[in-house]
Write a new protein. Structure first.
Lengths: 225, 248
């Protein structure tokens, strides 16, 4: 779910752009450093952005029967790392605005913050935590992917509530309204995306366990050769 | 992608992207500068008419492209219009329409429609590759531009891979039930995930074999009437801003 073009007041649009800039800049810096060590990875970001864009265009069978699209933030954060997801996510959101009129240019900063910063960082942190708590690989992936989705939607609701507080109930009432109305589509989507990401990683684990182990996503004992 | 088709096949394809960008910028400024909803609506109507009549975009396609954004606007306005109130005595939640809420709905939806029409004007008349060239001239960081250029090209490669895989899976009843659909989609995405590394590596090898170790450069199209176009666009953009200010 992206905030549409022109929906946020001008000071919020600018504010979120300024808030997102350091994360995107750090992401580019981190990626440049990685490319210096592994020059063969220099095409990776562009290809990963295209992959995320195409993935977000897939139709996901939703629990409630309606069709929705995965965000790919959880999957991307686990595969490419949360820092790299900030520039990748920003380009994907820009392309969605320019090629699909989904989201917008003035709301790019706010959408980047919720979808390319909060979601991926939450996913990476939760995945790391779940692995440290010795939860199984599938459960860790499910928690990371579905919570990345949920937190993205909670952040968007908070952004909208901050911009448009309820005249009587203030921020809290407004947040409850936005979160409540979007929950109808977003909670089933989070569950479906969590399941889908587990299926993706199961397929990767079955056929490409070595690659996952190289990325430090799987432990040695989990790889069956 | 409907927007891509229009961007390459509209009457203003040969108009300089800088001019179209300037006009859209005028539209954004006008939408945000409009104090009264009627002013923002007038701006939106003027830009939409310019897009439909001037650039020759079919009305049906315009509506189809705008639908997802309008859907978002509809449900967001619904939540703006109603006020949520917790009665402290009875502990009961109540919803009711408020005049402030209605005023806010009018302002926000008018502004959003104004800005949306400006965005649609830009994207329906200008191909993404021209927009990226424009961003390059505006001194966007090279690292971001490189992601955009590569990802724009790879997008179609991946789309085709997805299309072919979906066809093959559907032919084998891969999407017959929702359980099967989830499994098929998972296999499809896993297969695509692997291609990310394979294709990135292949691109790197291809670039290296041509002695490329820096930014990817492309020939940019030449727009012969750039000055005239920019002058027209500046005038048009100014009219939009003036209209917003006068009607407010």
């Amino acid at each position: 779910m992206h905030i549409m073009e022109g929906f946020l007041p001008v000071e919020h649009a600018f504010g979120w752009t300024i808030a997102s800039t350091p994360f995107v800049a750090y992401g580019i810096y981190a990626v440049k450093k990685r490319i210096r060590d592994n020059p063969e990875q220099r095409m990776l970001l562009g290809v990963a952005a295209a992959f995320t864009f195409v993935l977000s265009a897939l139709k996901l069978p939703s629990v409630t029967g309606s069709c929705s699209h995965p965000t790919g933030t959880g999957l991307g954060a686990i595969l490419f790392g949360p820092a790299a997801m900030a520039p990748i996510g920003m380009v994907v959101l820009l392309f969605q605005a320019l090629l699909l009129a989904h989201g917008g240019l003035t709301t790019l900063g706010a959408n980047t913050f919720s979808m390319a910063i909060v979601g991926p960082f939450a996913a990476a942190a939760l995945f790391g935590l779940a692995r440290r708590l010795k939860l199984s690989f599938a459960v860790s992936v499910f928690i990371a992917a579905s919570m990345a989705d949920l937190l993205t939607y909670v952040t968007t609701s908070a952004q909208l509530a901050w911009a448009f507080p309820d005249p009587e109930g203030g921020f809290v009432a407004s947040f409850a309204k936005f979160a409540g109305i979007f929950a109808i589509t977003q909670i089933p989507l989070a569950i479906s995306e969590g399941l889908l990401t587990v299926v993706i990683f199961n397929a990767l684990k079955r056929f490409n366990a070595r690659e996952l182990q190289d990325m430090n996503l799987l432990s040695r004992t989990e790889v069956r050769v | 992608m409907l927007i891509e088709q229009s961007a390459y096949a509209n009457r203003w394809r040969q108009v300089a992207p800088a001019a179209k960008g300037l006009f859209a910028l005028g539209g954004f400024i006008a939408a945000f500068a409009a104090r009264a909803p009627i002013a923002a609506i007038a701006v939106a109507l003027l830009i939409a008419t310019t897009t439909l009549v001037g650039a020759g975009i079919p009305f049906g396609r315009y509506l189809r492209v705008a639908t997802p954004a309008l859907f978002f606007l509809g449900i967001s306005c619904l939540s703006l219009a109603f006020s949520l109130n917790l009665n402290s005595d009875t502990q009961a939640l109540s919803f009711h329409l408020t005049p402030t809420g209605m005023q806010q709905v009018a302002e926000v939806s008018a502004r959003s429609l104004g800005a949306l029409s400006a965005l649609l004007f830009l994207v329906l008349t200008t191909p993404l590759i021209d927009l990226i060239a424009m961003l390059r001239r505006l001194k966007t960081p090279e690292a971001l531009l490189e992601i955009m250029v590569l990802s724009y090209r790879m997008l179609f490669v991946f789309s085709e891979a997805v299309h072919d895989t979906l066809t093959a899976q559907s032919a084998r009843l891969g999407y017959a039930t929702s359980r099967l659909a989830l499994r098929s989609l998972g296999d499809l995405a896993a297969n695509l995930t692997l291609q990310v590394w394979q294709r990135a590596h292949a691109l790197h090898v291809a670039a290296q074999s041509r002695n490329n170790d820096g930014p990817l450069r492309f020939l940019e199209p030449v727009f012969t009437n750039k000055r005239r176009d920019v002058a027209f666009a500046t005038a048009g953009g100014s009219v939009l801003v003036l209209l917003a200010v006068v009607l407010s």
